[in-house]
Ligand binder design. Sequence first.
Ligand code: GSH
Length: 218
Amino acid sequence: MNNITLYGADYSVYVRIARMVLEEARVPYRLVDVDIFAAEKIPSDYPDRHPFGKIPALEHDGFRLFETDAIAAYTVDLSGDRSLIPATARDRARTIQIMRIMDHYGYPSLVWGVFVEEVERQRTGQLDNAKVELARRTLTVVDGLMGGRFLGGEQPTLADLWAYPMFTYFGMAPTGNRLIAEFPRLGAWKDTMSGRPSAQATRFPRERRAGRVAPGAD
Ligand SMILES: N[C@@H](CCC(=O)N[C@@H](CS)C(=O)NCC(=O)O)C(=O)O
């Protein structure tokens, strides 16, 4: 099982989701850096791995796969540990529902509408109100669906691994941080998730930089 390669960048939300699944499932892998936003650095064969030009992509013994969902399902099957996927029909459906909410409503609003605008592009005060409202609605709905200490119940599931990287970027933006504070259960969940080894092993470069002690500081 130790010849799994994941292609992608350590700053990417979807690469981090795939990595957190691999880490939680204890499936060894190596990460090959593909910086999808730096055209000159993308390997010439990458379009064969991902014809839609996104990250991540995976290769295992010559078997190639892309789409984070498919990578997650394959990882769970390889590991033989199905605890990331709830056993009952309703819990499983809820988990999938939260994953798709994060894909379709959370990613465009939390990550692109708030984090990228406010932190990467420094457009504080110029956010698209519709995106901020979509982010607030995403939090309201996920908070309402939350099944216990974790999003899908009392154990971590794929829903947590989908949402956590998006919430991490969102929480780095002042607007995101303020919005999360309106939902104490989600705030507590995010803190719980941040302590998991899978989250620590896959921290975004921005988190690693923020955690570094400035020279001269004690
Ligand atoms: N549906 C894809 C989405 C992956 C995705 O959007 N990846 C982003 C990085 S987080 C990307 O590659 N963006 C490059 C682009 O849109 O040009 C999946 O589930 O893997």
